[in-house]
Design a protein around this ligand. Structure first.
Ligand SMILES: Nc1nc2c(ncn2[C@@H]2O[C@H](COP(=O)(O)OP(=O)(O)OP(=O)(O)O)[C@@H](O)[C@H]2O)c(=O)[nH]1
Length: 845
């Protein structure tokens, strides 16, 4: 294909821009517009389209030839020239006559051979080094009277088909009208006007000038004086049927066409603005305008991309890595930068703050804080014995200390032994805390060095050194905590200010003694409990505020203790406690923690009740109350039946049996209270001191190590040049980045060159229906130009001319040559020719 020189000239420009953008990762940046030909049957549409491309391959002839839309995609390739049909994928058509035959055959396949039509397009892709990536659309000619197999609504169908394509705002419309027919009735112009009323994307093409009646010409139409179009009309002389049959080639045809215009007296003056070559030039200018229009946005995209790469490129340049040769001396400097980055990131992740605060998950420092203040206290509590177990231990200890004798007094040793056992249980949760912080620190390190993964050797070495040091810190910290446990075990400080044994030994040692001594009643415990039998319908429970004194139990409506419900002296009162399943508690049931108080020697406990049933909210609460009742001298009562139950099948005493001795039970309770008090102090100390140790011995030490010792350690570990060896990925990435950076700069240069080498042409001023004087212009684009600019492109003389009243109509003879001028008497008054009033609508719509 070489019939369109202008288009070929555009190819390198488009390709250069396209290539530059492909290199920077942007494809299809220049999306060239589609061009569609519309017109009546046999108007010469296919001929015009073929001329635009500059190659013979479309079926042409008299009658309805184009019966399906043909979407012709031109694709630029460096080598070879062939066509491919969508309906015959994979088959390459190198003979363009064969392409024509295939179009005809494919048309017939869908529509039959008897002039039927179809809106299903034929898709043809032509690959050639001589074309731009453009899409051209050949559409069936507009017809009104159905023939052959054509449906009755043929006109309507074809119209719909055409509209599908030309209504797209990006589609250029070549409205083809043969000069030997009435321009005023041109369906092509009517349709174009419907979708493009301002005429921005419509070019009028007047074919078959050579077939006009002798003595008539289309000068006035071509001068845009008849039915003026914003972009005017271009006259062409295509090959006649005889030329085609005689195999007149496109070049010969264009030469003959040029001769025709130059030699024709009516057209000589516009020979430079007529003919296939000028039509091509017009379209190419339109494409140029389009290219130039997209350049500014491409430029700004490129500039943005360049800016985003600048800092990294600068970094490489600083390190002497921008060229092909690498600067070896830059590696230690680079290593220092990397280590500084790790130091900075580590510090930031531990201490918080910084520029990149993570909003999706907790950072290292925040996680360590959670371990210290939420998880660690939980772990400390997990290690606690439950109340039952604790009592059991204390009970055994007391009995073992007393040996064969029944001890009258609570032995101190039992307290100390139990406390020591309890202190030992604090070691595992503390170690767990250390281990979790260590894991977190390691994760922080991993995150920090992930950023230097492009230097795998350096990354591995830092990991090795830092993780090794972390292990040392962890071991040291564990030793220190173990030491702390031993310190606690070495001296049980019963003189501690917060220890209740120290301050209130007398009070707690023997509540009973206090009572017996006739001292004043003392408060033991207050709290909510629910009960079912205090003046309520049986079965319903209700909460009261219970206050337990050394000698009495009182309950009130609420904490204000104003409305007292009852005051029960507890002398001789016993208790039973149990857990029971709540009725209707569902699959797993709700457990109820029940304590029953009763008087074994009296019929009624209070009022008409034999017992008082109290429900605690949970097991701990029940244990607390039980302990408090014990302190108040309310002991567990065992019936004979219970006692029988105290031996198991092997006649070994069950644990409960220990407590058949109320004296022992009371002693256990006293020690338990002391143990709890003392352990609360130790736990508090651990809660405070373990995190401090971890901070001091692990976190802070790690910070110092990374900041001060890491760099010298790295030097000790190996040569910086070797450590700074990049990963293949990094080398590739750097090359790509630098390549992309250069490509961006080249692309910007290309854009500047293209801008300098090409020029846009402004959109002609709009024409009015009665303006016969708008000059035709090859400039089709600039549709987005402000109207005022377009208006400026009109010369002063053009604007000052008075607008003629009506479109020019042919005078004299009948229709076929409407729009053509005939030698006719000069119009009255000279100036613009005023045709006689039209006998039918003179405008396309
Ligand atoms: N002499 C002469 N013949 C032309 C000219 N333009 C087209 N023809 C002839 O007119 C006939 C129809 O031309 P086509 O290009 O097939 O017209 P079309 O508009 O594509 O026709 P359909 O697709 O059938 O609607 C062919 O025989 C062409 O050779 C012209 O400018 N001068």
């Amino acid at each position: 294909m070489s019939g369109n020189v202008g288009m070929e000239a555009l190819i390198p420009i488009v390709n250069k821009v396209q290539d530059a953008f492909t290199q920077v990762g942007m494809n299809s940046v220049i999306d060239l517009p589609q061009i569609a030909v519309v017109g009546g049957q046999s108007a010469g549409k296919s001929s015009v389209l073929e001329n635009c491309v500059g190659k013979d391959f479309l079926p042409r002839g008299s009658g309805i030839v184009t019966r399906r839309p043909l979407i012709l995609q031109l694709n630029y390739v460096e080598k070879g020239e062939w066509g491919e049909f969508l309906h015959a994928k994979g088959k390459k058509f190198t003979d363009f006559d064969e392409i024509r035959r295939e179009i005809e055959a494919e048309t017939d396949r869908m529509t039959g051979s008897n002039k039927g039509i179809s809106d299903i397009p034929i898709n043809l892709r032509v690959f050639s080094p001589h074309v731009l990536n453009l899409t051209l659309i050949d559409l069936p000619g507009i017809t009104k009277v159905p023939i052959g197999d054509q449906p009755p609504d043929i006109e309507f169908q074809i119209r719909g088909m055409i509209m599908q394509f030309i209504s797209k705002p990006s589609c250029l419309i070549l409205a083809v009208t043969p000069a030997n027919s009435d321009l005023a009735n041109s369906d092509a112009l009517k349709l174009a006007k419907e979708v493009d009323p301002e005429g921005i994307r419509t070019i009028g093409v007047l074919t078959k000038l050579d077939l006009m009646d002798d003595g008539t010409d289309a000068k006035e139409i071509l001068d845009n004086k008849v039915l003026p179009l914003r972009r005017g009309y271009i006259g062409v002389v295509n090959r006649s049927q005889r030329d085609i049959e005689g195999k007149k080639d496109i070049k010969q045809a264009q030469a003959a066409e040029r001769k025709y215009f130059l030699s024709h007296p009516a057209y000589r003056h516009l020979a430079e603005r007529a003919g296939t070559a000028f039509l091509q030039k017009t379209l190419n200018q339109q494409l140029t305008n389009h290219i130039r229009e997209v350049l500014p946005s491409l430029r700004s995209k490129l500039e943005q991309q360049l800016t985003s790469m600048e800092s990294e490129v600068k970094e490489f340049k600083n390190l002497g890595m921008s060229g092909g040769r690498e600067d070896k001396s830059a590696k230690p400097r680079m290593m220092m930068q990397m280590v500084n980055r790790v130091t900075h990131d580590f510090e930031e992740m531990i201490e918080g703050g910084g520029n990149h605060v993570d909003t999706t998950s907790l950072s290292g420092g925040a996680k360590i804080n959670t371990i210290f203040h939420f998880r660690f206290p939980g772990y400390l509590n997990e290690g606690r014995l439950d109340e039952k177990e604790l009592r059991k231990e204390i009970g055994f200890a007391i009995r073992n200390i007393h040996g064969v004798r029944s001890g009258l007094f609570t032995p101190d040793a039992a307290f100390e032994m139990t406390v020591k056992r309890q202190i030992e249980t604090l070691a595992p949760p503390s170690m767990k805390c250390i281990q979790q912080v260590s894991t977190e620190l390691h994760e922080v390190i991993m995150k920090c060095i992930d950023k230097i993964k492009n230097y795998p050797r350096l990354q591995a070495e830092i990991d090795n050194l830092v993780s090794g040091y972390l292990r040392e810190c962890e071991t040291h910290c564990r030793e220190q905590i173990q030491q702390l446990v031993e310190v606690e075990l070495s001296y049980i400080n019963t003189n501690h200010d917060d220890f209740i044994g120290f301050n209130s030994t007398a009070k707690d040692e023997s509540v009973k003694d206090v009572q017996n001594a006739g001292s004043e009643s003392q408060l033991i415990k207050k709290g909510w409990l629910s009960t079912t039998n205090v003046g309520l319908t049986k079965g319903l429970s209700r909460e009261y505020w219970f206050v337990l004194y050394t000698d009495a139990l009182a309950w009130f409506k609420d904490e204000s203790e104003r409305d007292q419900k009852y005051y029960l002296t507890i002398d001789g009162v016993k208790m039973k406690s149990s857990e029971e399943e709540e009725e209707g508690g569902g699959l797993f049931g709700h457990r109820k923690f029940k304590i029953q108080l009763f008087h074994p020697n009296a019929r009624y406990l209070f009022r008409e009740y034999r017992e008082l049933t109290l429900y605690a909210k949970d097991e701990d609460d029940m244990e607390d109350w039980r302990a408090s009742f014990l302190r108040a001298g309310i002991y567990t009562h065992r019936s004979q039946m219970d006692m029988e139950d105290l031996e198991d099948e092997d006649h070994k005493p069950k644990f409960e049996r220990l407590f058949e001795d109320p004296q022992l039970e009371r002693q256990v309770e006293v020690i338990r209270t002391y143990v709890n008090s003392y352990m609360a102090i130790v736990r508090k100390t651990f809660k405070d001191i373990v995190p401090k140790h971890i901070m001091c011995l692990m976190v802070n030490k790690m910070k110092v190590f990374i900041e001060i010792e890491l760099m010298p350690s790295l030097y000790g570990a190996g040569n910086p040049a070797e450590l700074m060896e990049e990963s293949e990925d990094e080398v590739r990435r750097r090359q790509e980045l630098l390549g992309m950076y250069d490509a961006c700069k080249d692309a910007l240069k290309t854009i500047s060159e293209v801008t300098a080498k090409t020029s846009s042409t402004p959109l002609p001023a709009p024409v009015h229906s009665n303006n016969h004087h708008s000059a035709p212009s090859p400039n089709m684009n600039a549709s987005r130009m402000p109207k005022s600019d377009s208006a400026h492109s009109l010369s002063q003389s053009q604007r000052s001319r008075p607008p003629p009243d009506l479109p020019n109509r042919p005078t004299g003879r009948s229709a076929p040559n409407a729009g053509a001028t005939r030698p006719a008497p000069a119009p009255p008054g000279g100036g613009s020719r005023r045709p006689p009033p039209p006998s039918r609508p003179a405008r396309p719509n």
